[in-house]
Design a protein around this ligand. Structure first.
Ligand SMILES: Nc1ncnc2c1ncn2[C@@H]1O[C@H](COP(=O)(O)OP(=O)(O)O)[C@@H](O)[C@H]1O
Ligand SMILES: [Mg+2]
Length: 379
């Protein structure tokens, strides 16, 4: 086996053991035989009866003692190895039991058996890791299905209820019928949105997902989006303020995906802001990354632990209104930002909530540190 010195090779060790046992037992036989023969033939008067018989039986005894020594020297270490092999066999069958996954075997010596024990330990750890990941995936999948069935059931139940009323002509006048149809339409739209977002989230969770990077000027992209949202925000009593550096910030992004992130954050600010109030979007550049922040005012801060907002299907009870979405918006945003090797976080300020995105700048960024940075305050 590779990596094992000759002196630690089991075959070499066995051979050495045989030679050693043979040498020691032969020497014992020669020494005792010689000693006894010398004593026997110098003074045979000590031995009564048939001398040849006596001599032969004592020599036979010495021979048996030598064989015993041979077996003793050989068997003792070999038996130790056999016991170790038996121990390894037992441990391997224990590792195959689910509750013993990750079990480590004792490493003894430095030979092929020790190598085998090391490999068993590595295999056991790997099995445990794979099993735990599998269990975690299964749990996540089950949670997803539970949440989804809950979120699908309630709108579907009310859609079925309204259709049933219409079918049985259980409405008093035309306006009531229009109202039922409107509700059915809105609930169906929400269901479609939920399924679309779920599809998006599942797609982004696929390990094989690839981003379609394009170089883009980030300030320009955000400015264009803010421009589009401006009338919608104004209609709802929200002032939109931007705080951008003057320089261009060139960055490699999957534009379509990042637009989805910004849309989610702007939509959330529109939906969950206290009105009237001000929503602030700012962009800053550090040497190796950009920081984009969205701040809006809130009546009450959602969720005790801010990280909860990024959990799939998390919706604050107070935001479970007609306007409330699937609870997947921030989870999708987080997936997209992380695929860009960036981070997204939330901070609670006094009566305000801030979402911060940090994205690494591409190494080909055209942004230069020289030149003044003018911040504009518009809208
Ligand atoms: N800008 C915000 N201001 C206040 N609360 C927010 C804001 N963005 C998100 N939240 C809270 O976080 C929850 C999760 O947001 P999100 O994942 O986008 O799901 P959704 O908008 O579909 O409910 C929202 O239900 C809301 O309670
Ligand atoms: Mg949302």
């Amino acid at each position: 086996m590779k990596g094992i010195a000759l002196k630690n090779n089991i075959a070499v060790k066995l051979l050495a053991l045989i030679v050693l046992s043979l040498v020691v037992s032969t020497l014992t036989f020669l020494f005792l035989g010689h000693h006894f023969s010398f004593q026997f033939w110098t003074d045979p008067s000590h031995y009564a009866g048939n001398l040849v018989m006596k001599y032969n039986s004592i020599i036979l005894l010495i021979f048996l003692i030598s064989i015993g020594i041979f077996i003793g020297i050989f068997i003792f270490p070999v038996n130790k190895k056999l016991t170790y092999i038996k121990y390894l066999t037992n441990q391997v069958s224990r590792i195959s039991e689910v509750h013993e996954l990750g079990l480590a075997v004792e490493i003894k010596g430095n030979d092929e058996l020790a190598q085998l024990a090391l490999s068993i330990n590595a295999m056991s750890r790997e099995l445990q890791r794979k099993f735990e990941r599998e269990r975690e995936n299964e749990k996540t999948k089950n949670e997803l299905i539970t949440n989804l069935s809950h979120d699908l059931r309630s709108p579907l139940t009310s859609i079925i209820g309204y259709i049933d009323l219409i079918k049985r002509n259980k409405f008093n006048h035309e306006d009531e019928l229009t109202e039922y149809i409107d509700t059915i339409y809105h609930k169906s739209q929400n269901l479609k949105k939920l399924l679309d977002e779920l599809f998006e989230y599942t797609k982004l969770s696929n390990p094989g997902i690839r981003l379609d990077y394009q170089e883009i000027e980030l300030g320009g992209l955000l400015e264009q989006m803010i421009g589009e949202y401006l009338p919608i925000f104004e209609r709802e009593g929200l002032a939109l303020q931007k705080d951008f550096p003057r320089e261009d910030i060139e960055i490699d992004l999957d534009v379509e995906q990042m637009v989805r992130v910004f849309t989610n954050l702007l939509e959330n600010a529109r939906k969950y802001s206290i009105k009237p109030s001000e929503v602030r979007v700012s962009l800053n550049k550090a040497p190796d990354h950009v920081r984009i922040s969205f701040i809006n005012g809130v009546k009450k801060l959602p969720a005790q632990q801010p990280e909860k907002l990024f959990e799939r299907f998390y919706k604050e009870d107070s935001s479970r209104t007609e306007e409330s979405g699937s609870g997947l918006g921030l989870a999708i945003a987080q997936k997209i930002v992380e695929l860009h090797k960036g981070s997204i976080g939330v901070e609670y300020l006094a009566n305000e909530i801030e979402f911060v995105i940090e994205l690494p700048l591409s190494q080909y960024s055209g942004f230069t540190l020289s030149g003044s940075s003018r911040f504009e305050h518009e809208f």
